[in-house]
Ligand binder design. Structure first.
Ligand code: ATP
Ligand code: MG
Length: 404
């Protein structure tokens, strides 16, 4: 008796002529996620992938991992059965005995795509259904709202049955939707923004603006932990730590108090777009949502956008804080985000930030400082950390070899 995993293509299925490319990416990402689970083989079917043990294989661990692979919407833990009606009946009853718990009603779904199998689906359903009814007298058939549904699938290559439907995160395989740089603070919002964009197949690198010694080493560690949690879904990514202290001090020294936040946001955007150029990324991602704070009013967002030419994606733009919190609990970033280490934004906060900044005035203030040179300098000293699921963070290439 052999257990296997069956992954349905989900949205990948809709990709028409491009489907092979999406399936290839999905397989590549599944393989990366299944590292350390043992020996298995992946077979491609028409509308699904079969992952079958090929020696020692930790199926439970593989189930956990598949829940975190974008492009996997639904998958099943299935049991391979002999293509013989008698064997199917017996297996079904045994399988039920193991999985029933306190279920009271059941339903069978049968499918036969192998037209050479001598019994039609309806016949399989009737015979197996009767056998299960006799084996478990307390169970009633309920076709509308059953406690358990047993699916029996008879295909050309093999037959299998399953009960559970497991859920993956959906979306599209990372790497099929281009590449972006995500601005990762230590807060609650930005990790979700990154997650949502990666779910659409976008490969990510992250940048964190660090203002040592105003922000501590521990706040950097917190961002690394967030990136590690994200990497369970996105796969390997590089986290750039941008030394932001001098820029922030220059803003505080030379620009008007009420413009500090908006100018700081613009400098973050400019620096992030330098990283995007270096990494051939096509967009920036932030965790802003309209009206959340002064720097996230319509006017502020417009002035922030004007700092860069790249598109800026803000997947949380219309979400409420409560929704964001619920979501981040599900993806495992919430408990990391609420650790109490200061973020560089909370240090240089004006008492009365502008909520309706004007671009011309902001640019005038920015002209007091040679910010381009400061960004150049930051880029020279940027720290790279390679984040990979299941591994400790590794230092990337030393900063000096990156400078242009
Ligand atoms: P978050 O919870 O994501 O920190 P926030 O509600 O605190 O967001 P802001 O501080 O205005 O909002 O930041 C808006 C966005 O700017 C963040 O979602 C993030 O994308 C980016 N950002 C802010 N601070 C930093 C930082 N220190 N490093 C990298 N990105 C940052
Ligand atoms: Mg923040």
């Amino acid at each position: 008796m052999k257990e296997l995993l069956i992954v349905k293509y989900g949205e990948v299925m809709l990709k028409g002529n491009n489907r092979p490319q999406f399936v290839k990416a999905l397989i590549r990402n599944i393989k990366a996620a299944l590292q350390g689970t043992g020996d298995y083989r992946i077979r491609k079917g028409q509308s699904m992938l079969y992952i079958e043990p090929n020696g020692d294989f930790d199926l439970d661990k593989a189930v956990e991992r598949l829940r975190e692979v974008f492009g996997v919407l639904v998958f099943h833990r299935a049991l391979e059965v002999e293509k013989d009606l008698d064997a199917i009946q017996k297996q079904a009853a045994k399988y039920f005995a193991e999985q029933l718990n306190d279920s009271r009603s059941f339903k069978l779904e049968t499918r036969r795509t192998d037209k050479h199998f001598p019994h039609r689906s309806q016949e399989v359903k009737n015979i197996v259904g009767r056998h299960i009814g006799e084996s478990f007298p307390h169970l009633e058939v309920d076709v509308h709202n059953p406690d358990v549904t047993l699916y029996i699938n008879i295909r050309k290559e093999w037959a299998y049955m399953y009960i559970d439907k497991e859920r993956g995160p959906g979306g599209l395989p990372v790497g099929t939707g281009g590449k972006a740089v995500t601005l990762l603070s230590g807060g609650i919002d930005s990790p979700l923004a990154a997650w949502l964009i990666a779910r659409r197949g976008v490969a990510l690198d992250a940048v964190h603006f660090h203002s040592y010694p105003y922000t501590s080493e521990r706040s950097k560690k917190k961002v690394i932990s967030l990136a590690q949690q994200l990497a369970r879904y996105t796969g390997k990514m590089t986290l750039y730590i941008f030394p932001f202290t001098e820029i922030q001090e220059a803003i505080a020294d030379y620009c008007p108090q009420d413009q500090l936040t908006i100018i700081m946001r613009r400098m973050m955007m400019k620096a992030a777009s330098r990283i995007a150029t270096r990494t051939s990324s096509q967009a920036l991602v932030t965790g802003e949502s309209i009206g959340q704070v002064a720097s996230q009013t319509m006017e502020s967002l417009t002035v922030t956008n004007a700092a860069v030419d790249l598109p800026v994606f803000r997947p949380l733009i219309g979400m409420d804080k409560e929704e964001i919190i619920d979501f981040t609990r599900q993806i495992g970033t919430y408990n990391i985000s609420i650790q109490p280490y200061t973020d560089c934004c909370t240090i240089f906060v004006p008492r009365h930030p502008q909520t309706k900044p004007r671009l011309d005035k902001i640019k005038e203030s920015e002209n007091q400082v040679d910010f381009n040179s400061l960004i150049d300098k930051g880029m020279e000293h940027i720290e790279e950390i390679v984040i990979e699921p299941g591994r400790d963070p590794q230092p990337g290439a030393p900063a000096a070899s990156n400078s242009r």
